[in-house]
Structure formats: structure tokens, C-alpha cells
Design a protein around this ligand. Structure first.
Ligand SMILES: [Ca+2]
Ligand SMILES: [Ca+2]
Ligand SMILES: [Ca+2]
Ligand SMILES: [Ca+2]
Length: 138
């Protein structure tokens, strides 16, 4: 019987294997206290499930906000340095590492372009400055 079916029969006590219990808002057996809907020590949040993207991640260790020092990929974060400030290697929205070549134009660090590489001669230089093409002249 699948885990889902086990917990769907929640009115029957002990439907999960020994040492496990049903999540409070998801039909799944859980092996830890994360997902039981109660905030225990060590949990940042517990919304009764072990799903990401709903404001409490699957491990109950993140409220999925930028600035909480946890990279919440489900929200598009590529970094999270524990603050929401620019210019420190992680942008204020946690969506850029503020590096040239990461494909994101980080204007705050002086990038005029970012074509996803650090090669010059392709219209965007290796330090992410626009390259003026002098077409037709040599
Ligand atoms: Ca819990
Ligand atoms: Ca959740
Ligand atoms: Ca975060
Ligand atoms: Ca960049």
C-alpha cells in the first residue's frame, strides 16, 4: 500500500509504519516532526506538509523568503546571504550572484550587459560593458 493510501485512511490509528506519522495537511507518512503542523525546536515553520513553495519548505527549515540565509530555489533564488541588500555578492532579491557572466544584468554593480559569458568581442565585454561595434570601418 502506498504512503498516500496509508494516510488517506487517517481515521484508523497507526496507519503509518512504526516510527512514522501522518502529516497534518498532506496524505503522507513523515519520519520527522516536520509536517505534523506543530512547531518544534529546530523548525522555522511547519505548515503541516512536506512541500516546497507554499511559504514553508519541505524540511521546515525555511520560510522561503529572500534574506533568510537559505537558498529557496522554488522561489527563483540563486543565492541568499541572509540579507536583502545589493552589492555584496547576492542581489537584494536573491536572484543574482551579481557576477559578470551569470546572464543577469546587474546594473547595481555597473554591468551594462550580461550575455552569460565573460568573452569579449561578442558585443558584451568580459567585464560586462557594452562593446561599441564599429561596423564597416577598419
Ligand atoms: Ca513540526
Ligand atoms: Ca510546505
Ligand atoms: Ca531564502
Ligand atoms: Ca551579471
Amino acid at each position: 500500500m502506498s504512503e498516500l493510501a496509508w494516510c488517506a485512511l487517517r481515521e484508523t490509528p497507526g496507519v503509518c509504519p512504526t516510527g512514522q506519522k501522518c502529516a497534518s495537511n498532506q496524505d503522507i507518512c513523515i519520519t520527522t516532526d516536520c509536517g505534523d503542523g506543530t512547531l518544534q525546536a529546530g523548525e522555522v515553520c511547519d505548515d503541516g506538509n512536506v512541500l516546497d513553495g507554499d511559504g514553508c519548505n519541505r524540511t521546515c527549515m525555511s520560510n522561503e523568503r529572500c534574506g533568510n540565509a537559505i537558498v529557496d530555489a522554488v522561489n527563483g533564488e540563486v543565492c541568499d546571504d541572509g540579507n536583502t541588500m545589493d552589492l555584496d555578492g547576492c542581489s537584494a532579491d536573491c536572484k543574482s550572484s551579481e557576477l559578470c557572466g551569470n546572464g543577469i544584468v546587474d546594473q547595481k554593480v555597473g554591468e551594462a550587459c550580461d550575455d552569460g559569458n565573460t568573452t569579449s568581442g561578442d558585443g558584451c565585454s568580459k567585464d560586462c560593458k557594452l562593446e561599441i561595434s564599429v561596423s564597416g570601418s577598419r
